[in-house]
Design a protein around this ligand. Structure first.
Ligand code: ADP
Ligand code: MG
Length: 613
């Protein structure tokens, strides 16, 4: 038999490698932008068409390449960033594997113009599926322009695997945010389908956060700053009261590189713990600087993990630094500190403690949660469901019947003519509010208890569903237009929801550059600041979309209604309670809230009787 093993041609090997490095347009965007940063650029422009599927162009004013390097850079394992194995432990550049350009060239049609300051002429190269088509000297700008056309043109399986433009754009924004956040001193632009989406001027981290995520962040950030021997931590955390329902803005960087690190995330989340409303996530933008020798970043290029030598130590320092930042910023009354330690965390001590680190000396009252309305949870509420068995409609009808039959149960009738003196069981009221959370009324079999927030949520939910199904507008012109600026992902959602939002009463004008003006809001909900309401609705929408995969209209109706529904803690008049109950019973599904929670409970009379045994 003849030998059968052969070395793969470079173009095939590159294509295989490309499968690992370049999974979607966003991976190419990341690699090209990182190369521009490594080249020392101070201005980087990203131009995209069709979410990068047909065009990705990166223009930088960095160091450029010589004629030979311009050809070399497309070879696999060709890099200017490391030379020997030892260099792997002192990496300060973003790239070092020398495979990005080779990979992209294997699966796309590429073109590059590059010139160093010292050269009079630059180099123009056209390369397609790893094959150089043309190379010439040209006059061009200093720096490098790389154009990537028709990604995966020769790998149809991959191309078909790509998601919608919207989904691919989301991945690109993720990469763009990560890179532009940690390089706030570099100017960036992002243009998609001829529209400029971002124009970021060089500045500091705070300015960059605001430019990316909207001016609301101006008031939301607390600085974090801590230097120790082993690590320095800097950046910002979001104030606890602005925590989000979706894991939106959570960024860790180590030595200028974005990373994901569940353990370190825990250190931050844990420092916030008692201060966050349930099911919400803190925002953070934190940069850790460590000795490059103390971490191992030699992992797969598409992964964002990093191994620290002293993870526990870094955990403790990070945790303490975040806690200190929260403590220092007037939130201290919310924390039950046993001493001033919280502010005066001894970072020297933590460093010395090295491996056997115990959590920093801050004591928090674990039961204290300023956002948790001390919910009154009477025992009976926790008893098994059977106690509230039976169809509420029957019960409610019972109530009406008995109201008419005054001799049986002394309850006032719904109409005003009912004789008040016979209403005994709930004083003079037919409806009573308990702990500003429950509406209580008497029915034949006992007490009917209605959760006011859930009831209102259900009522509004069905109302918005109806509005979304019809074409009636019910908008209220705002006296003054309200401006709002969103991040690109939220702005995209707003575009997507434009028609539906106007059906439920919003009148919104697109001013370009992710800026909008709210001219009208749904009529009948005073006390809701329009911009904040819209922001919360989008936030909820995102959350429902990610976690529940809800249909668009259902999702919007649900997000709107939950934000406008009255909360527990609101005092209701008797008329308001009566109206609420009537409207609830007019709903198609009155028993459960849109999220499946029960709205109505019955406390059977027998249970009351047992109290007196
Ligand atoms: P790596 O970044 O891991 O070295 P790449 O394939 O991304 O590998 O790039 C190969 C080489 O090409 C880099 O090491 C660098 O010398 C050069 N290069 C790539 N992009 C640029 C650029 N925008 N400006 C200057 N040089 C670049
Ligand atoms: Mg690179």
């Amino acid at each position: 038999m003849t030998d059968i093993i052969k070395l793969l041609p470079d173009s095939v090997a590159n294509q295989i490698a490309a499968g690992e490095v370049i999974q979607r347009p966003a991976s190419a965007v990341k690699e090209l932008m990182e190369n521009a940063i490594d080249a020392g650029a101070t201005q980087i422009d990203l131009v995209l068409r069709d979410a990068g599927k047909s065009l990705i162009q990166v223009i930088d004013n960095g160091c450029g390449m010589s004629e030979t390097d311009a050809r070399m850079c497309f070879e696999r394992h060709a890099t200017s960033k490391i030379r020997k194995a030892d260099d792997l432990f002192a990496i300060r550049t973003m790239g070092f594997r020398g495979e990005a350009l080779a990979s992209i060239a294997a699966i796309a049609q590429m073109e590059m113009k590059t010139r160093r300051t010292t050269d009079e002429l630059g180099t123009h190269i056209i390369i397609e599926g790893s094959v150089v088509q043309d190379q010439q000297l040209v006059s061009c700008q200093e720096g490098t322009v790389i154009v990537v056309k028709n990604l995966f043109f020769n790998v149809p399986a991959r191309r078909n695997f790509l998601k919608s433009n919207q989904a691919e754009m989301r991945h690109i924004f993720d990469e763009f945010y990560r890179i532009s956040l940690i390089n706030a001193d570099i100017g960036f632009t992002l243009t998609h389908n001829e529209k400029e989406v971002y124009h970021l001027y060089p500045g500091n981290l705070k300015q960059r956060i605001v430019a990316l995520f909207g001016n609301v962040f101006n008031q939301r950030l607390l600085p974090v700053d801590q230097q120790t021997d082993s690590v320095s931590v800097s950046g910002f955390i979001g104030k606890p009261e602005f925590a989000r329902k979706t894991r939106g803005e959570q960024y860790f960087f180590v030595n200028n590189r974005f990373i994901k690190h569940p353990y370190l995330h825990h250190a931050v989340a844990n420092a916030f713990q008692e201060l966050l409303p349930k099911d919400s996530f803190p925002s953070y933008f934190l940069h850790l600087t460590v000795d490059p020798a103390a971490i191992d970043i030699n992992i797969h290029p598409t992964k964002t993990e990093v191994n620290f030598q002293e993870t526990q130590l870094i955990y403790a320092i990070l945790h303490a630094a975040v806690k200190k930042s929260i403590g220092q910023h007037n939130l201290s009354p919310m924390l039950d500190f046993s001493s001033d330690q919280a502010i005066d965390i001894d970072f020297g001590e933590i460093s010395k403690a090295s491996r056997e680190v115990s959590p920093p000396g801050v004591t928090i009252n674990p039961d204290y949660n300023p956002f948790d309305q001390q919910r009154a949870k009477p025992d009976w509420q926790n008893k098994p469901r059977q106690q509230a068995q039976g169809d509420w409609r029957v019960l409610y009808e019972d109530k009406e019947e008995t109201a008419e039959n005054k001799s049986e149960t002394p309850i006032d009738k719904t109409d005003e003519s009912g004789s008040k003196e016979e209403t005994k069981s709930l004083g003079t009221a037919k409806f009573m509010q308990l702990h500003q959370q429950y509406i209580i009324t008497v029915v034949k079999s006992g007490l009917m208890i209605i959760d006011q927030h859930l009831a209102h949520w259900r009522i509004l939910y069905e109302k918005f569903m109806k509005q979304l199904a019809s074409a009636t507008f019910d908008s209220q012109q705002e006296l003054f237009p309200h401006p709002i600026q969103l991040n690109a992902v939220d702005a995209e959602i707003l575009h997507e929801l434009k028609d539906e939002l106007s059906l439920i009463g919003f009148s919104i004008e697109d001013m370009g550059q992710r800026s909008f003006v709210i001219n009208g809001t749904p009529a009948g909900y005073p006390g809701h600041e329009p911009a904040a309401l819209l922001e919360r609705v989008i936030e909820n929408f995102k959350h429902n979309h990610q976690d529940l995969h809800l249909d668009k209209k259902l999702n919007l109706a649900r997000s709107m209604s939950v934000n406008l529904a009255i909360r527990s803690g609101k005092q209701l008049s008797e008329i308001e309670m009566a109206t609420m109950v009537d409207r609830l019973f007019a709903c198609q599904v009155a028993e459960v809230a849109p999220d499946g929670r029960k709205i109505i409970g019955i406390l059977p009379i027998q249970n009351l009787q047992t109290l007196f045994k």
